[in-house]
Ligand binder design. Structure first.
Ligand SMILES: Nc1nc2c(ncn2[C@@H]2O[C@H](COP(=O)(O)OP(=O)(O)O)[C@@H](O)[C@H]2O)c(=O)[nH]1
Ligand SMILES: [Mg+2]
Length: 380
């Protein structure tokens, strides 16, 4: 066909002009007609986060409505991690949030610099808030015996235990275990997605994980799980057992003890969800069971006399106080925190996410991964 024949003739142009004039006239004289035919409304119908939730159980098959969850990203970091934080945020924006526009809360125990706030505010497609952590949420409490704590730090350092000599790391683990969800900037939200500086998102996330979790009644989601260094938590499990014995009312009926213990709770098998990635419901942490659990553990001083991590503390609580079908593994979310990567195993997930990771270099198959236990016990 000759390309010239595609050109509209004068009569066609006249008809088009007539239709457009009638449309304009109707828009001005009939408010409702103008509203339903406005360009922005038609465009919003085409935008992926403005369509309707289909209710399918597989996240990547879901398209969500314009109703966002009451959720935020939360990033705890230092000012000197500015550029690593910029990279993490740039990636989650490009892979997910440029469509969904969830807000961010940045937290720090010292004020963020103007440069930090300027850079991060400039690259997000939503609201960014910058919070100062209250002193008593961060620093070692006065009732901790510093001599005893220091001896433990020195000993762990001499034994080359990772972060064994670090006080700030201990503050961080205690804060993430029991305080981040109580920060004034976090109070208004129900859901959070924890992100760290220098992490990577390898795939497009073409669904809304928050909405998925809300619809499916989940409370905690992870992408990587593994075993903990035993030397950092020598007395933790004993305290967990004591707490549970004193508070049997908090134990969920259909709990997930099989994931964290190979002998019905006698010993901890060290499995935990790697908490540098977490999507979870803060109402669970704010609830009576977890608050009492945290206060109990905190009163034992193990965040400082040992080096309890927020990952085992969160994971043990989720496994005991939540029912197992409330814990979710997001295979679709390609995620890397050095030195480990989770890359979607399902071919379909990898393709839909236009992933950049190699599914063969997947931590899921590593000897210290606990994913096999997750899979084994989640449906039993
Ligand atoms: N503001 C602040 N953030 C910290 C501090 N220590 C660690 N973090 C943050 O806490 C998270 C975990 O720390 P990281 O060093 O990555 O520990 P790792 O992932 O266990 O190796 C990261 O988001 C860090 O930016 C600190 O002293 N101050
Ligand atoms: Mg980290």
């Amino acid at each position: 066909m000759n390309s010239l024949s595609l050109r509209p003739g004068p009569i066609a142009l006249l008809i088009l002009g007539l239709i457009f004039s009638l449309h304009l006239l109707a828009s001005f004289t009939h408010e409702e007609y103008g509203r339903v035919t406005s360009i922005s409304r038609i465009a919003s119908k085409l935008s992926p986060n403005k369509s309707t939730f289909t209710g399918n159980a597989f996240p990547n098959d879901q398209i969500y409505s314009d109703k966002r969850a009451n959720a935020t990203f939360v990033i705890l970091c230092r000012n000197n991690q500015l550029w690593d934080t910029v990279r993490s945020v740039r990636e989650i924006e490009d892979r997910f949030n440029n469509v969904y526009h969830y807000p961010y809360v940045f937290l720090n125990e010292v004020p963020f610099t103007e440069e930090f706030k300027y850079r991060l505010s400039s690259i997000v497609s939503s609201k960014a808030e910058f919070g100062l952590i209250p002193r008593d949420h961060w620093f070692q409490p006065d009732w901790i015996d510093e001599d005893k704590a220091k001896k433990s730090r020195d000993k762990m350092q001499s034994e080359n235990i990772i972060y064994g000599g670090s006080l700030s790391y201990r503050n961080m683990c205690r804060f993430n275990s029991g305080f981040f969800f109580r920060h004034p900037l976090m109070q208004k939200y129900k859901w959070y997605w924890r992100i760290e500086p220098d992490v990577h998102f390898h795939c497009d996330i073409t669904f809304d994980p928050f909405r998925y979790m809300e619809e499916q009644n989940k409370i905690y989601a992870f992408t990587i799980s593994m075993v903990e260094y035993e030397a950092t938590i020598p007395t933790l499990w004993g305290h967990v057992r004591d707490f549970v014995q004193k508070n049997p009312q908090y134990v969920a009926k259909n709990n997930y003890m099989g994931f964290i213990s190979d002998n019905a709770g006698e010993k901890y098998n060290l499995c935990h969800f790697w908490s540098n990635f977490e999507i979870a419901n803060m109402e669970f942490w704010r609830g009576e069971a977890y608050m009492n659990f945290f206060e109990y553990l905190d009163s034992k001083g193990g965040f400082y006399y040992e080096r309890w991590g927020d990952a085992p503390v969160h994971s043990i609580a989720a496994a005991i106080f939540a029912s197992r079908d409330q814990i979710h593994f997001f295979d679709e979310i390609g995620y890397e925190h050095a030195p480990y990567t989770h890359c979607p195993k399902e071919r379909d997930h990898w393709k839909r996410g236009r992933c950049s990771c190699n599914p063969k270099t997947n931590f899921d198959f590593d000897g210290v991964s606990c994913l096999d236990k997750y899979v084994k016990f989640i449906h039993t």
